[in-house]
Design a protein around this ligand. Structure first.
Ligand code: PHB
Length: 391
């Protein structure tokens, strides 16, 4: 009955039907479906649906989905989270792409005791000083994907680096993670700029400064629409040959690398997933995702896929309500497309390897050539004092 009403209102989609007449688990998908990260939100949702189709029948219950658009705006996202929690009374939420949005909804999620499976946002504080037994991250932390590149680039002989990133939590934390290990290895950051987030169209003035800085290389974080503009402008400025471009791998995500085109060739970045990883779980994922969408999955798709897989695992373990789902989610571990995944119980952040990859021309367009696999390391606790689930 409840499902019928929700469906009539266009608010919920049922993705699996339980065998018994038990109520489905109600899931709030909190993602950007508009704004600079809209394509990322759509890919996460597609990965989420593929996993529910593939594994949902093992859950022992069904899932009703209510989706809300954060618009990549923290105040909007907070209002949508409130609606999902108080009005829709969801049992669990999944999603959040921007670190700024995660920072904004953290207290609401923690205070209401609603489990949130983070399916992108890397905000270090969410699994550090602001950690919560209700927040489990199935994606990455900003420090985790950038720290390994400091030593790796130093080992390649690079000594002086100029950094660039958007001016919000993710940009600052990603660059901080890289700069910390690069300078500890003996390298020097010769200049840094943080560009206005969602407002910078012309990167020219920043590129001119990078060029004049005497750097051996540039290291950046940009994602979504900003990544496409940045990579194209970097190339058309003629910088690529003399000042090689490095960064966190979102810069050249398979989701939009074709929009970047030849400008992305030769860019070297690091990430926790590329679709070219050679393992059985990834082969099954790539095939299922391609069959559904007609394109290769990105890191965003795998976050959605693994978030839904984690939810199924929690349901399989018998979890149904907010507290039991929160408890079960932090204990999941499985072999996924990224390899063996587990959750660090000290922080609730995922533990996974990081891959250095170069974007190269392949037979069917641009592809990701893995240059190195850097071992999985749990993040430092970063001030996290994990409380128990309390309701
Ligand atoms: C973030 O804001 O945490 C974020 C956004 C987009 C990415 C990665 C991280 O591709």
């Amino acid at each position: 009955m409840k499902r019928a009403i929700l469906a009539a209102l266009g608010l919920a989609t049922s993705l699996a039907v339980p065998a018994a007449a038990e109520e489905n688990i109600k899931v709030g998908l909190l993602l950007p479906f508009s704004g600079v990260y809209a394509a990322l939100g759509n890919d996460i949702e597609a990965g989420f649906s593929v996993a529910l189709e593939q594994f949902g029948s093992e859950a022992g219950t069904g899932f009703d989905i209510v989706r809300e658009d954060t618009e990549v705006k923290p105040p909007v996202a907070l209002g949508k989270a409130k609606k999902l929690i108080l009005q829709d009374k969801v049992d669990v939420m999944a999603g959040v792409v921007s670190s700024g949005v995660l920072g904004a909804v953290r207290d609401m999620v923690h205070g209401a005791g609603v489990p949130l499976i983070v399916a992108n946002a890397g905000n270090d504080e969410a699994t550090g000083t602001s950690c919560s037994p209700y927040i489990t991250r199935m994606s990455f932390s900003n420090g985790q994907v950038n720290r390994p590149m400091g030593q790796w680039m130093y080992d390649q002989g690079i000594r002086k680096v100029y950094t660039l990133a958007p001016d919000y939590a993710a940009g600052r934390q990603m660059i901080g993670g890289f700069a910390g290990t690069f300078t500890a290895a003996g390298g020097e950051i010769v200049g840094q700029d943080f560009t206005p987030f969602q407002k910078t169209q012309d990167f020219g003035p920043y590129l001119a400064q990078a060029k004049a800085s005497g750097a051996d290389a540039v290291y950046v974080f940009y994602a979504g629409g900003e990544a496409i503009s940045f990579v194209k402008q970097y190339d058309s400025f003629g910088l690529k040959a003399d000042l090689p471009l490095y960064g966190s791998g979102f810069l050249t995500s398979p989701l939009y690398v074709n929009a970047e085109g030849p400008a992305a060739e030769g860019v070297i970045t690091a990430l926790h997933y590329v679709p070219t990883l050679d393992n059985a779980a990834n082969a099954a994922f790539v095939a299922a995702f391609e069959a559904k969408t007609g394109r290769l999955p990105s890191e965003f798709a795998v976050h959605g896929y693994d978030a839904a897989r984690a939810l199924v695992e929690a349901a399989k373990a018998g979890a149904r309500d907010r507290a039991s789902l929160a408890d079960a989610l932090r204990q999941v571990s499985f072999d996924g497309p990224r390899g063996k995944l587990s959750i660090d119980s000290a922080t609730n952040n995922i533990v996974q390897p990081v891959y250095v990859y170069e974007t190269v021309a392949g037979e069917g367009g641009l592809t990701q050539k893995v240059l190195a696999e850097l071992p999985a390391e749990a993040d430092p606790a970063n001030g996290c004092e994990m409380a128990p689930v309390s309701n």
